[in-house]
Design a protein around this ligand. Structure first.
Ligand code: THG
Length: 262
């Protein structure tokens, strides 16, 4: 599983404060803690509180790459903000994200090619968030068609079925799991799959229990990558164990330690 740490996000009050005060130490400590707990990459998002994401996202990029070479996942709905982040980055990058809208695909796919970035495609369109699995598959096919017609490598594309909170859209969660499985079968070679895990429990009470259970099921559905809280040790233990059960890691009595040392 390719783990992307979710914690550098202006949605969190410590990061909102760091952005306001340009306090590098808070952001750098948050980056290093997530990496020490197993993050393979870091999501960087200014969040809704940022007044000037065109300045704030490149500041996050520069601040984080002073302490790590891990890939950076540039999280913004605005292509111009993403481009400023790409310009500042010397680490590998992942654009987070394009939707299935033609105007966005026509900007973000060439940008990903120009900056040799990977790309997350979320199955959302101008009509909003899909209501079922078939709508998710239709939007995935639009993203895949555009990427392949533009000569973008499908292996560098991550499809995101857009996870909804279980307390809002309970009936869709099973569809989302099925979509993860079916996205892999639309093309050969397959695209990668990704989710924003914590979305599933937003506004709910037993958040970490819901996150852990959903992650196990998503792993069984063939999930390749997740944006999640790597500092949740139980969550990472469950992830490692789910991959053990699926024969992705070799068993030994101390498999948790063995995996963490890799
Ligand atoms: N797909 C993609 N990118 C994404 C998402 C996705 N990026 C953003 C988000 N979803 C993933 N990251 C988070 C980060 C935090 C939370 C959820 C998803 C979260 N935050 C607490 C909350 O809202 O309750 C904040 C709590 C606090 O303020 O301390 O849950 O789906 N491609």
């Amino acid at each position: 599983m390719f783990i992307i740490g979710e914690l550098i996000n202006g949605m969190y009050s410590n990061i909102a404060f760091a952005l306001k005060e340009h306090d590098k130490k808070i952001v750098q400590a948050c980056a290093l803690e997530q990496i020490s707990n197993g993050a393979d990459a870091l999501d960087l998002s200014c969040g809704p509180a940022s007044k000037n994401p065109l300045v704030d996202l490149p500041w996050l990029v520069e601040t984080v790459q002073e302490v790590t070479d891990k890939p950076l996942c540039l999280d913004s709905s605005k292509p111009k903000v993403i481009e400023e982040g790409l310009k500042a980055a010397r680490n590998k990058t992942i654009i987070n994200s394009t939707t299935a809208d033609i105007e966005k695909l026509e900007i973000l796919i060439p940008l990903a090619k120009k900056y040799k970035s990977k790309l997350i495609g979320i199955t959302i369109s101008a009509q909003g968030i899909p209501q079922n699995k078939d709508q998710r598959l239709e939007l995935a096919a639009i993203i895949l068609t555009h990427a392949s017609e533009s000569g973008f490598s499908i292996q560098d594309l991550f499809l995101d079925p857009i996870v909804m909170p279980v307390n809002v859209a309970q009936g869709q969660i099973k569809d989302i799991l099925d979509a993860i499985h079916e996205f892999k079968m639309i093309t050969n070679p397959s695209p990668k799959t990704i989710i924003g895990l914590s979305n599933v429990s937003q506004g709910a009470k037993s958040r970490s229990l819901i996150n852990r259970t959903f992650l196990t099921m998503a792993v069984a559905s063939g999930l390749d990558s997740a944006i999640l809280d790597p500092n949740d040790k139980e969550l990472i233990d469950i992830l490692i164990t789910a991959e053990l059960i699926l024969n992705k890691n070799i068993y030994c009595d101390s498999y948790l330690e063995a995996y963490r040392k890799k």
